[in-house]
Write a protein that binds this ligand. Structure first.
Ligand code: ZN
Ligand code: ZN
Length: 315
């Protein structure tokens, strides 16, 4: 980095990315404000209230605190960062809702594990059955035989509550599509920062592919990896092609689509610049999509396999 020759470089190095802030509440202070059971109870009471704003006395009754002065003290601490007081009573600031949602999502204080359990669908590489398991806030789908990963992505523990395994997998399927959609559009699903997309050789064998797509956030370093085909899940021509063959791509589990998770239907036409061909066979037809290094569609063609065979035979 050129910063090394900068006389101010030393002080730059000591700067904290997550703690320094101008015109904002220091993060340590913000967290210390909510590190209190009474204050969390106030946020919860606001959350549960059928209507907001909630009056001081009603809020105090819901929290169950008889000492009005004590209650007032805690409420004051939450105002104005997490709670806002108006003439009609108290309401959330956005940060207050975020605290409640973060707790409900469960990532701070829950560490559930689950599975392995059976998943509908077969391995794109060997055809064996698939299984899923959950640990460290991540859901993983892999082959029971060759252990090929069909995806390992963040899924907050709150997503496991009140859902059957089947429903968890449905939610996971939708979430993975959504995460990649956002990432491919340059928005980090974790922090809203700028995300860059690159195609790279899967030399470190993260996905067991020849090439993979990397999405990485410049701000929080969150990263997502996938096969090239996964980026085509919401491409309109790909969706139409599947609909014509009776497949609804919006609900079909992505891990059961070989072109989304394996290299079998992917050909690298050129590495510099990237030109990647994904061929999707369905019944007697093949959809050929050529993508560039930014995942833009360069070419798209539908051909009947029978006419291909005829052409091959006449050669
Ligand atoms: Zn397998
Ligand atoms: Zn981010």
């Amino acid at each position: 980095m050129s910063g090394r020759t900068d006389p101010n470089a030393a002080s730059e190095v000591e700067e904290s990315v997550i703690q320094d802030c101008e015109e904002c509440v220091a993060p340590a202070e913000a967290f210390s404000v909510i590190a209190n059971e009474t204050r969390l109870s106030i946020l919860e009471a606001l959350w549960k209230a059928p209507e907001r704003p909630v009056s001081f006395s009603e809020l105090r009754r819901e929290v169950g605190m008889t000492d009005s002065a004590q209650f007032n003290y805690h409420l004051k601490q939450l105002t104005d960062q997490f709670v806002v007081g108006t003439d009609e009573g108290y309401d959330f600031r956005s940060a207050g809702k975020k605290v409640v949602r973060a707790i409900l999502a469960g990532s701070f204080n829950e560490n559930p594990e689950m599975g392995p359990f059976e998943v509908d669908g077969t391995c794109a590489d060997c055809g064996a059955r698939l299984q899923a398991f959950y640990e460290d806030d991540m859901l993983t789908i892999e082959c029971t035989d060759c252990a090929k990963r069909h995806g390992r992505y963040p899924f907050p523990p709150g997503g496991l509550n009140d859902r059957t395994r089947e429903e968890i997998l449905d939610a996971f399927n939708q979430r993975v599509r959504h995460l990649h959609c956002l990432a491919a559009d340059g928005v980090c699903p974790e922090c809203n920062g700028r995300m860059t997309t690159t195609i790279t050789r899967d030399d470190d064998d993260r996905l067991g592919l020849e090439v993979r797509v990397d999405h990485e956030c410049e701000q929080c370093r969150h990263s997502l990896y996938s096969a090239v085909g996964l980026s085509l899940l919401d491409q309109s021509d790909v969706v139409t092609y599947h609909r014509d063959h009776g497949v609804d791509l919006c609900t079909k589990p992505y891990w059961d689509l070989a072109w989304c998770v394996s290299d079998e239907y992917t050909t690298v036409l050129s590495a510099d610049p990237w030109k990647i061909l994904v061929e999707i066979p369905l019944d007697d037809e093949v959809l050929s999509v050529t993508l560039d290094g930014d995942l833009n569609v360069l070419e798209l063609e539908r051909t009947c396999e029978s006419s291909e065979e005829a052409r091959a035979m006449s050669d």
